[in-house]
Design a protein around this ligand. Structure first.
Ligand SMILES: Cc1cc2nc3c(=O)[nH]c(=O)nc-3n(C[C@H](O)[C@H](O)[C@H](O)COP(=O)(O)OP(=O)(O)OC[C@H]3O[C@@H](n4cnc5c(N)ncnc54)[C@H](O)[C@@H]3O)c2cc1C
Length: 301
């Protein structure tokens, strides 16, 4: 099913509360593969509206991404979206990947510029390739009838000239054909709510799904936020420091924090929640269970 239909509640979708989605990445090791399969088995019964599978930095996991998306659709009967980037591929190579996705019955694509590979600091477009994600969105739109998602950055993309320029380029993506947006992770809901208000003022009307990272490890959180430029509010930083050296306490706190964050976002009108699972199930499972209990309680009252 197309994600734009799910978000609009078309085709009977959306009747079971807000759409929740889970993001996974293609693992590089046999242990990572086991973690992914384990996470899928444990998270599939929660019946997410869709899941998505990332595309390795520099375009490194092309075949694996499509293979995992196909596997999830077949084995778990879940709607699965493939991420696709402009990295390391010419236009004709990208076209071939899109055709392969269509032949596999994939209906949803998240169109991204992509991150450079780990050994490169700066993004450089491939020979005969694309420079920006809005070009990829336009290419996809022209070639296939996929539902197209794109990324957005409530705290502004790290390479952007500024918030206004970033928002202007975001509206290019939407005009080129992006049907919905998923945000970079953030920990302060006012950042998301202000961003959505600015996007609406700029004429961007498509659903903007908040991307939420359940905090499970402090070191990993610091690395990820440094890479993407997301800020850690001082209160959150204090609480994490207070639990330094107690991994279990950090995980418990991370679940509580994300649960409250999601509940507040949904109450404020967010169209769903996209969880960055990092191929682990316990935190996402706990948060989603709590959110669904809240909904049930609200319906009973
Ligand atoms: C939900 C989500 C999922 C992601 N999944 C992946 C993944 O699977 N694989 C991966 O490698 N990365 C992934 N990323 C990371 C993403 O690829 C990087 O953040 C990348 O640096 C930017 O991607 P983009 O699609 O927003 O790029 P773009 O929209 O192309 O923007 C990149 C930069 O260029 C600027 N810009 C845009 N258009 C123009 C223009 N016409 N002229 C001048 N400047 C312009 C923007 O302001 C921005 O600073 C994901 C990010 C998010 C939020």
């Amino acid at each position: 099913m197309r994600i734009d239909d799910i978000l609009a509640g078309r085709n009977g979708a959306g009747s079971d509360g807000p759409p929740f989605s889970f993001e996974f990445f293609p693992p590089k090791t046999p242990e990572g593969e086991r973690n992914l399969q384990d996470a899928l088995v444990r998270l599939a019964p929660l019946q997410p509206a869709f899941v998505s599978v990332t595309y390795g930095a520099g375009g490194s996991t092309r075949a694996r991404t499509i293979e995992i998306v196909k596997g999830i659709r077949q084995s778990h009967n879940l709607e699965a979206m493939a991420h696709l980037t402009c990295a390391g591929a010419s236009v004709s190579e990208i076209e071939a990947i899109l055709d392969e996705m269509a032949a596999a019955g994939i209906e949803n694509v998240l169109a991204l510029r992509g991150d450079p590979p780990a050994d490169q600091k700066r993004w450089t477009k491939a020979e005969g390739g694309l420079e920006y994600s809005h070009e990829l969105v336009a290419l996809i739109k022209e070639r296939h009838d996929f539902a197209i998602g794109a990324a957005c950055f409530p705290e502004t993309h790290i390479e952007a000239a500024g918030p206004e320029a970033d928002l202007e380029y975001l509206s290019h993506k939407v005009r080129a054909g992006a049907d919905f947006l998923i945000t970079q992770l953030f920990f302060d809901n006012s950042v998301y709510l202000d961003f959505v208000a600015r996007a609406r003022d700029a004429g961007i009307e498509v659903p903007i799904i908040p991307g939420i990272l359940p905090i499970t490890q402090v070191g990993q959180l610091k690395r990820m936020t440094e890479l993407c430029g997301a800020s850690i509010p001082p209160g959150l930083d204090r609480e994490l420091h207070a639990r330094a050296g107690e991994p279990e306490a950090v995980r418990d706190f991370g679940v509580a924090y994300a649960t409250l964050q999601c509940a507040e976002l949904l109450a404020a009108g967010a169209p769903g929640i996209h969880f960055y699972t990092l191929n682990r199930s316990p935190a996402t499972r706990a948060i989603l269970s709590a959110l669904r209990l809240t909904e049930t309680a609200a319906n009973v009252a």
